[in-house]
Design a binder for this molecule. Structure first.
Ligand SMILES: [Zn+2]
Length: 426
């Protein structure tokens, strides 16, 4: 990974990353991760005729519903997409986890926790111009791990676009390039800025590989088909159309879907799992970790549909029995079966995994969640099996080999770089 860029008269050799061989693309490849883009949003926008470019990709390119990584959270899925591999390979199994050495609950956004190289870094280290742009700055370091910034790679977030520097991010004056003001953290513009920056980079520097990772503010906040959601999809579509018009292969996936976790009256439908376990086994006998936790809690109050339980006094099988008896719980697994079923790293797994159903989320105890941050909104969140269906779209048709592979099924969101680089018709 330390070879220096070389000048090339011919197409360079393919690159092997985590068991997949990527050919050297002939034209720019742009992968967009529409964070939280449940298929229902796109279906509603298509039905309303608001996304003409995406509609054209569906007609003339390739479209399917793929599965994301479980837990259906942002960090594991983004890292899966840029490594082309499941969490058992790259090691990132949540946004937040219990550090085994210290027993402390910490964020899982450090690049040092990644155990696999990214496709982006591999191309960058071989001399390709690579750009990775994220909405939330928390993802920037993992997605940009080992990019050759000094050699021309670009890696910044729209959240901190005003602070981008040539030394750290490979680019300065991002606001000037994009021609938009710094977007608010809780706004559709945080994501649209990422796409607009991708368009401007393609126009001015034409990176060979780009990864544009958005944020799920809109999907956490608005239901599919609402005016706000439809406007966002319309605005995204216009920018996807620009990327297409500039000649790029464009792939669009999502890291996870999204579901309302409310009762009929709109009130929060939550299982307070730590409270239930404390009542049954006594305080201190278990620790429930909500791996959705990040500092953007106003989206979801740190409530998701997948939690990990670490057993101290209580035996895992008795914890599992109790969890299965609770209403709204869809699946309960021990460490080994969760790791096997969902392709997760066993050494970063809890003793017990608890997953709630489509209409239910899981928290620890009310005092530990900032429910005021939800500000009376109907909670929409993710993490479980009900949020695992995601769009998988390419603006160009597949070649015969990849069409056959897609027809066999088992399409995962982290196959998108493979399909966009190796799978489109010449
Ligand atoms: Zn997400």
């Amino acid at each position: 990974m330390n070879e220096s860029p070389t000048s090339r008269a011919t197409i360079p050799n393919p690159i092997d990353v985590n068991g997949v061989r990527y050919r050297w693309p002939e034209r720019p490849v742009v992968v967009v991760c529409n964070d939280g883009g449940d298929p229902e949003y796109l279906d509603a926008a298509l039905a309303a005729g608001l996304v003409p470019h995406t509609a054209r990709f569906l007609r003339g390119g390739f479209s399917a519903v793929a599965q994301c990584v479980i837990p259906s959270f942002t960090c594991p899925n983004n890292v899966s997409i840029v490594t082309g591999s499941p969490p058992s390979v790259h090691g990132i199994s949540g946004n937040f986890y219990l550090e085994p050495e210290t027993g402390r609950a910490v964020v899982m956004t450090g690049p040092e926790l990644m155990r696999a190289p990214t496709i982006l870094a591999a191309f960058s280290r071989r001399g390709a111009k690579v750009a990775s742009i994220t909405a939330k700055d928390k993802l920037r370091q993992q997605l940009g791990k080992d990019l050759d910034i000094a050699g021309g790679a670009i890696n910044f977030s729209s959240e901190k676009a005003d602070r981008a520097s040539t030394e750290e991010n490979g680019i300065a004056d991002v606001l000037g390039l994009v021609g938009r003001p710094l977007p608010d953290m809780y706004s559709p513009e945080l994501s649209l800025f990422v796409l607009a920056a991708g368009v401007r980079l393609l126009e001015t520097q034409r990176p060979l590989i780009m990864y544009l990772s958005l944020t799920d503010f809109v999907q956490h906040t608005y239901e599919p088909g609402t005016p706000e959601a439809n406007r966002y999809y319309h605005d995204m579509d216009a920018l996807l159309g620009r990327l297409d018009a500039l000649g790029a292969v464009v792939g669009v996936v999502s890291d996870h879907g999204m579901r309302a976790k409310t009762n009929r009256d709109g009130s929060l439908n939550v299982v307070w799992l730590q409270d239930a376990l404390d009542r049954a086994f006594g305080p201190g006998s278990t620790t429930v970790i909500c791996p959705i936790t990040d500092y953007f809690v106003a989206h979801h109050g740190a409530l998701g549909s997948f939690v990990r339980v670490y057993c101290r006094g209580a035996a895992p099988d008795t914890v599992m029995r109790l969890a299965r008896s609770l209403p709204g719980i869809e699946a309960v697994h021990d460490k080994a079966s969760a790791a096997r079923l969902f392709d997760l790293p066993p050494d970063r797994e809890g003793d017990v995994v608890v997953i709630s159903d489509a209409a239910t989320c899981i928290g620890t105890t009310p005092a530990a969640h900032d429910l005021k941050a939800l500000a009376g909104q109907r909670l929409r969140t993710h993490g479980g099996l009900a949020e695992s269906r995601v769009p998988f779209i390419l603006n160009r048709p597949l070649n015969a080999a990849y069409a056959a592979r897609a027809a066999r099924g088992d399409l995962r969101n982290f196959h998108i770089f493979d399909f966009a680089i190796n799978g489109v018709a010449a």
